[in-house]
Design a protein around this ligand. Sequence first.
Ligand code: SF4
Length: 136
Amino acid sequence: MAAIKFIASACLAGVKCRYDGKDKKDKNIYLQVKRGKGLLLCPEQLAGLPTPRKASQIKIKQGRKSVISSSGEDLTRFFLRGANLSFRIGKRFKIDSAYLKRVSPSCGFGLKKIENKIPGVTSALFDKKGIKIYPR
Ligand code: SF4
């Protein structure tokens, strides 16, 4: 079996784990994962959030980053849990790069639009810990 080279947002490999119960399949990621080169993770599912679930957004309040659902529930603790679990799993496999879904309060990274420049909770942790992120 090929050595695992990278982490991939599970939805990019075709897993229907998004908040709306759909995927965002990227054919290249899917094929690499199928060949055993990528490790699938969905931080939000790892945290115990259901699928489908309410859409969430990152908000900055008094300098603190929170994740709030469309119904106003503060889900920050789930997003932090998902980020920490994802990092720990990646570390266990000695993975130092990740293909992450571009628009997401967990996996989002590297967006050009000003209002979306805040990285997702998982991608921010990966970045801080030195995992190279390739936004998709
Ligand atoms: S948390 Fe990441 S992997 Fe899970 S659905 Fe959202 S973007 Fe995809």
